[in-house]
Design a protein around this ligand. Structure first.
Ligand code: NAD
Length: 482
């Protein structure tokens, strides 16, 4: 394994070795074999990248927006041409199935396409005669150097939520991908280069918390886009803000799906299963709690249990696998502990998936809990694994109360045939991304990705017009001609 060469950072248009103290091994979650070694970049590496980005920014912001958008389109075409290679890299380093990986790459390409519409989305506004003979113009200008810090669960899509939009707005960008999935980010850097972005406009810096802390403290970084777990998001938000930076921090989740007694189970059950167990539950939009409104609970649990007991867990690359591995052995241990704690607290396991093939992969067969109570930790904390809890309630009101007591507010959904119940749910649910008969209510790239409550720290969200606002500063010019 030691013959695997450590990955390099991409700084100022060149691949450079990190000066960091050591490296971390990157295992393939499906079989535990080491597939890469990632450097732990430190403050000196961050400084080098930020200096390059600052110098590039001064020239890049003067490039006309149509020309910047053309580079983004060239990037989009390279992503499209290499979509399969990207998806297979995601399968290998993250452990998603190929279908899931392809879907996530597609979402990243869509975000890149949205970025290419900057000549329209960057337009400002003008108002004539704010006083006699005086006009006002609102312009949008880039913020400067933006750092993107991303999680392991979407190695392509989340960097592409950020980088194309940031650079098309005229910023220089520094990506610090998750140290657990560095290979997709390396591919992205090669295509940023090939698409013709000038050196220093896009930079890639590998590393872990030490690199992040150096980014947060560096005076040459103007804004930080972060996606990751809730404790890290709080740390990023408070530290970046204390250093005077603009910051958006997308955090963890605990998503509730309310299933009404009139729900169409033939169509709802597959949507629920895919939301809860797709990507082995490692999705910020994954269903984690089913709120079953009586008298539909028994019928629903019976259907879910039958399906869960035959969901195959296995290596991500195998075509018959539905539930791939989780990311690391320590994460598997954490998920297994949640399952044991749930049982100890009195929740009842009503179905488990078949045992995965014996071997070194990081597998957790899916688990369905019934009779979970809202106060149990398993009903409140993010598990981020293939575990689904059912809470039974007597009415939609009670279900809304259970969901709204969560300290998270990323996503929620209702399954029903009743338009009035759906409308009531949409109006009263305290979550930002809401589904009606949709298990994973992910907004398209031209809408913002809007977590609420403990699922988001900041004001302007990722993607959509919010992202344009986040990556630009407004300037209002008041003009009078004598
Ligand atoms: P994580 O918080 O462990 O890591 C995210 C990034 O932060 C990585 O780049 C990592 O290197 C860095 N980091 C980790 N610990 C740090 C520390 N102490 N100080 C500074 N930097 C640190 O998150 P993860 O496990 O990679 O990702 C999964 C989490 O991300 C889940 O909680 C999931 O819900 C969340 N997530 C949220 C969204 C959303 O849109 N809200 C989307 C995807 C994932």
């Amino acid at each position: 394994m030691t013959d695997i060469v450590p990955l390099e950072n991409f700084v100022n248009g060149a691949w450079v070795r990190s000066t960091g103290p050591d490296h971390l091994d990157v295992p393939d979650p499906s079989d535990g074999s080491v597939i890469a070694r990632v450097p732990r970049s430190g403050a000196a590496d961050v400084d080098l990248a930020v200096r390059a980005a600052r110098a590039a920014f001064r020239r890049w912001k003067e490039v006309p927006v149509a020309e910047r958008a053309r580079r983004v389109l060239a990037l989009r075409n390279l992503l499209e041409a290499h979509a399969d290679e990207l998806a297979r890299t995601v399968v290998r380093e993250n452990g998603k199935t190929l279908d899931e990986a392809r879907g996530s790459v597609r979402r990243g390409i869509e975000a890149t396409e949205f970025a290419a519409s900057a000549p329209t989305t960057l337009q400002g506004s003008f108002l004539e005669d704010v006083s006699p003979g005086v006009d006002s113009t609102l312009l949008r200008q880039p913020v400067g150097v933006v750092a993107g810090i991303t999680p392991f669960n979407f190695p392509v899509m989340i960097p592409l939520w950020m980088a194309p939009l940031a650079v098309v707005c005229g910023n220089a960008f520094l990506l610090k991908p998750s140290e657990r999935v560095p290979l997709s980010a390396r591919l992205l850097a090669t295509w940023f280069e090939e698409a013709g972005f000038p050196p220093g406009v896009f930079n890639l810096l590998h590393g872990d918390a030490a690199a992040v802390d150096a980014i947060l403290a560096h005076p040459g970084i103007d804004a930080v886009s972060f996606v990751g777990s809730a404790p890290t998001a709080r740390h990023i938000y408070t530290t970046a803000a204390a250093h005077g930076k603009r910051v958006q921090a997308l955090a963890g989740a605990k998503n509730h799906l309310i299933v009404m007694p009139d729900a169409d189970l033939d169509r709802s059950v597959p949507a629920i299963l895919s939301s809860a167990f797709g990507q082995a539950g490692e999705r910020c939009l994954a269903a984690s709690v089913i709120v079953a409104v009586e008298p539909g609970g028994d019928r629903l649990v019976e259907r879910l249990a039958t399906e869960v007991s035959r969901l195959p867990t296995g290596p991500a690359g195998r075509p018959d696998t539905v539930v791939g591995p989780v990311i690391r052995p320590d994460h598997r241990e954490r998920v297994l502990r949640w399952i044991r704690d749930g049982e100890t607290a009195g929740a009842k396991v009503v179905a488990r998936g078949p045992e995965p093939p014996a071997g070194p992969g990081f597998y957790v067969p899916p688990v369905l809990f019934d009779h979970v109570r809202p106060e149990m930790p398993i009903a409140q904390e993010e598990v981020f694994g293939p575990v689904l809890s059912v809470i039974r309630v007597g009415s939609l009101d009670e279900g809304l109360d259970v969901a709204n007591r969560s300290r998270f507010g990323n996503a929620a959904a209702i399954f029903t045939r009743d338009g009035r119940a759906a409308r009531e749910f949409v109006h009263r649910i305290e979550a930002g991304m809401v589904g009606v008969n949709i298990g994973v209510p992910a907004p398209a790239a031209y809408f913002p990705f809007v977590g609420w409550k403990g699922s988001f720290y900041g004001d302007l969200h990722a993607t959509g017009r919010d992202a344009i606002e986040f990556y630009t500063r407004k300037k209002v010019v008041t003009t009078r001609w004598f």
